[in-house]
Design a protein around this ligand. Structure first.
Ligand SMILES: Nc1ncnc2c1ncn2[C@@H]1O[C@H](COP(=O)(O)OP(=O)(O)O)[C@@H](O)[C@H]1O
Ligand SMILES: O=C(CO)[C@@H](O)[C@H](O)COP(=O)(O)O
Length: 614
């Protein structure tokens, strides 16, 4: 039973390009939403698409000061829209995963003694206006798009033996953006800043700390995206802490910087700080429910079943499933579920999502300033699957990476191939834009998802005929900015299948912030022992909240893409093998490839560019 229509709950999403704030009532109905767009509203920070870059070192970062400024602005906008903060009984939030924030020793006192007549940024980060005396030991937060830590990643993988073992222990092999390798690099690149760092937050716990008025713990889900947490033991792994901290005797100091992590994802961290009660009128008993990563928060936007998949089309493309199976592998991530012990979140995350699609859209529009999607969509839909006009034609496949990619670990570049399914031949095509790229880039992203999620989906049955169908998701839910796009939805359904079709949440544009708000509802209103799925499921209004936007499984087309997946896998391996030597030199790292006998090994030095591979 809902507590009463007067209770409101807030959810925040601090993502790459925006801070979004929303408000729902106890019945999960969206009542207010507002956002701050960093490029539009915060251009004085010099950011582009929300971040700053240092390409020479592969660094991507953003200033936490900008996020502080955005917190005041988004709350001002919600108040202007009519939100009465005195009704807000609880709030939670999400931060883009894998950003790391370094607080100074003064920060906690500063957070706890803020003057409500002044903005957060003026009090917490006066550093930009003179001597550095602010709340941060380092003015920048390494962003999830950062690729500067290959050396540290190699050390992480090697420390426990190999990438497979690290994945088994922490849920993921070493990744550039994960806090473990990031902290290791930070400690060696900025030793005095590391020394002055009293607390290390993720973006989620950074934002929670601001609302709490003291350092908030990293939650039980986001902590599993750091390459530091031993999932089976529910604690930090000492060997990995030792590597990160630089010695056994430094482990306790690092543990203190990281703070503890409570087991429960629902028990409040405490009540809101008086800065917010006094400045905005929040009630003093408004509870701060654990903030988590944006991806774990997204899977809380609906009662997701184990056979459903979510595809988040934001700056990144991510693929998410909730599953009771823990099957870690270097190719993807497993994390603790944010609310339900015994469940895990399976995730694939690509850097080249929205921005890569925008680049092709700009080519189709023949303009960098026309941000309409109409021509891109018309072209994508008019192009046949994998550009095959007749069944015997070659398939057109490509990789579109304007930024260094995570999956696979490859430097920026574009590659286009013709694949002959009958012979398995791949022939490289000229690397120039052609209009078919509109369809082929969507296919490329979806084929990669299909390839890597194959072991998690199972055979489904046709909803009306009962006929057994090939393994695929039951439903695909699209979220994030790109979910507004009908052509992407259609092609997504054709490639990934999904017996019941492709769906979109129909309650506001932001599933991630919604998931946070639902978490706040659960955190405050659950009965003893009531799971998140149970409470949200009991208040869920399927007809109002969800809309089918495209068909899923289509006999024939799904099988064609099954052939294309084989070519796609081969193409990726070919490009990895070929680019491995150069990439290895650039990053000091290794790239895993498979040889002709199917054995996987690292750093293939294959000079010259193969024009075809059989
Ligand atoms: N109609 C559309 N078609 C395709 N992509 C879109 C559309 N509208 C927005 N986007 C994409 O959504 C992205 C932003 O998604 P969003 O989830 O809001 O971002 P983030 O959470 O990463 O800040 C943009 O980069 C843009 O490419
Ligand atoms: O998981 C990751 C990065 O590791 C990404 O999903 C980020 O969390 C960014 O999300 P968006 O800004 O694309 O929503």
């Amino acid at each position: 039973m809902a507590e009463g229509s007067e209770s409101l709950y807030m959810g925040f999403d601090l993502s790459t390009q925006q801070l979004k704030g929303i408000c729902v009532d106890s019945n999960l109905k969206l009542v207010y939403e507002a956002k701050v767009d960093f490029d539009d509203d915060m251009s004085k920070y010099g950011i582009q698409k929300g971040v700053l870059t240092n390409p020479a070192e592969g660094e991507v970062f953003a200033p936490p000061a900008m996020w502080l400024e955005a917190v005041n602005l988004v709350l001002d906008r919600l108040r202007d829209a009519g939100l009465d903060f005195s009704k807000v009984k609880g709030l939670s939030g999400a931060g883009m995963q894998h950003g790391t924030v370094f607080w100074s020793a003064d920060a906690e006192h500063m957070l706890n003694s803020l003057d409500p007549s002044k903005t957060l940024v003026d009090q917490l980060e006066p550093g930009s206006k003179g001597e550095r005396k602010g709340a941060f030991a380092h003015p920048m937060s390494p962003n999830w798009q950062d690729a500067s830590t290959q050396k540290q990643c190699d050390a992480f993988d090697a420390h426990l033996g190999d990438p497979q073992t690290l994945a088994q222990v922490t849920g993921s092999k070493a990744h550039h953006r994960f806090s473990g390798p990031q902290i290791l690099r930070y400690r060696t690149k900025y030793p005095s800043h590391y020394e002055q760092t009293a607390r290390i937050s993720l973006v989620s716990s950074f934002l929670a700390s601001v609302f709490l008025g003291k350092w908030a713990p990293i939650d039980i889900s986001d902590v599993t995206g750091m390459n530091l947490w031993e999932i089976s033991k529910g604690q930090y792994n000492d060997a990995l802490l030792e590597l990160t901290a630089g010695g056994k005797d430094k482990v306790d100091e690092l543990k203190k910087k990281l703070g503890g992590t409570p087991e429960s994802g629902g028990d409040a961290f405490g009540t809101i700080s008086k800065y917010f009660t006094q400045r905005y009128g929040f009630p003093s008993d408004c509870q701060i429910i654990p903030f988590t990563g944006d991806n774990p928060s997204t899977i809380l936007a609906l009662p997701l079943r184990a056979s459903d998949a979510m595809v988040s089309l934001g700056t990144s493309t991510t693929f998410l499933m909730s599953t009771p199976q823990y099957k870690p592998d270097p190719a993807y991530h497993f994390m603790n579920h944010p609310t339900t012990p015994g469940l895990y979140m399976f995730m694939l995350c690509y850097k080249n999502g929205g921005l890569a699609r925008e680049k092709i859209r700009d080519k189709v529009n023949k303009s960098d300033s026309d941000s309409t999607w109409d021509k891109f969509n018309e072209t994508a839909v008019a192009t046949p699957p994998v550009s095959q006009k007749a069944a015997d034609d070659d398939m057109r496949l490509g990789l579109y990476f304007p930024r260094p990619e995570i999956v696979p670990n490859l430097h920026e570049g574009q590659w286009r191939f013709a694949y002959t399914p009958k012979t398995g031949d791949l022939e490289e095509l000229p690397n120039d834009f052609v209009p078919d790229d509109a369809r082929n880039i969507i296919e490329s992203q979806m084929l990669s998802l299909r390839l890597r999620s194959a072991s998690l989906v199972k055979a489904e049955f046709h909803p009306t005929t009962g006929q057994q169908l090939p393994p695929q998701p039951r439903r695909v839910y699209l979220v994030g900015g790109g979910s507004a796009n009908q052509a992407i939805a259609k092609i997504c359904g054709e490639v990934l299948g999904s017996v019941e079709g492709v769906f979109k949440l129909d309650i506001g544009g932001n599933a991630c912030a919604l998931g946070s708000a639902y978490k706040a509802v659960w955190g405050r209103e659950r009965q003893p022992g009531q799971t998140f799925e149970d409470l949200i499921g009991s208040r869920w209004d399927e007809e109002q909240f969800v809309r089918k936007v495209a068909d899923g499984y289509k006999e024939g087309v799904f099988e064609t893409y099954g052939e294309a997946v084989k070519g796609f896998e081969k193409m990726e391996k070919l490009v990895l093998a070929r680019e491995g030597e150069e990439y290895g030199k650039l990053t000091g790292g290794t790239v895993m490839v498979e040889d002709k006998d199917g054995k996987v090994h690292g750093a293939v030095a294959q000079s010259g560019i193969a024009q075809s591979a059989k």
